[in-house]
Design a protein around this ligand. Sequence first.
Ligand code: GRG
Length: 306
Amino acid sequence: MAALATRKGSPENFDLDAFLKASSDAVNRALHRFLPKAATKPAALHEAMRYSLFAGGKRLRPALCLAAAESCGGSWESAMPLACAVECIHTYSLIHDDLPAMDNDDFRRGKPTNHKVFGEAVAILAGDALLTQAFEIAAQSQPSPRYSHRQIILEIAKAAGSLHLIAGQVADMQSEGKKISVPELRYIHERKTSALLACAVRLGGMSANCSQTQLKALTDFGYHVGLAFQVIDDILDVTQTSEQLGKTAGKDDRAQKATYPSVVGLEKSREIARQLTRRAFAALKKFQGKAVALNSLAKYLLEREK
Ligand code: GRG
């Protein structure tokens, strides 16, 4: 895999579609290499893992990881195992989130959910196996001079663990049907969405041996992009139709989920999304034009209408 040179220039001239296509193709090839073949015993498990992993996800977290590596002068090749590890964790979380005991969803990425195809027990185990696979893949990355395997593994374990991703899921479940405060809602978003997005961005920087200043800027960027992404997701759920979204609209409301529009109203939610977006872009100023891929990705994520 050719290492891409750090891109400079204005986001206006940056071909984001080409970047997303190239990064997604490269991530898919790498995931195919890292994962056991579908026919490997136990085939039901490996088929189920691959079913969700290759169901057509947007590969946003890997793209953010590769773009962050570029912004620090690194290569896709060094960042790729970490980009793939994060995508495995993201996919596991979606499989488990869709289970009858959680959100009980029948469709994900336009396809029947994992448990609908393979049954609940295999879906649970496919999620477990993808979570474990992530650490196996991350352990195969090349550590950079400043960041050891220990730091990389710690980074992923923390983002996916009981203080972040899983904490967010638990708080989200427990908030259903309740009136919660803005700080409580922020707590959920920081954990269920922002932690893994920020982790993807930080890992990209670490693979490129980034400085402490760069890592701080990437953390700030990832945190705010993650929060803005979720507020926008909440807004779109109430403002767009199912056709526009390509998934069931109004689901949060029906499930009595705590969302920004339900807690602070639509107008205030839009203002919060704008503030978070401004903070995300401000964090990139430290890169002095070298974060063009990250900048362009953030624009795409934050201006999306579906
Ligand atoms: C089960 C431990 C555990 C956690 C579940 C992922 C999750 C936490 C819940 C799913 C619901 C949700 C709204 C999560 C927030 C993150 C989010 C917006 C996920 C969807 O990410 P996309 O749009 O999905 O990147 P694709 O399918 O394109 O990868």
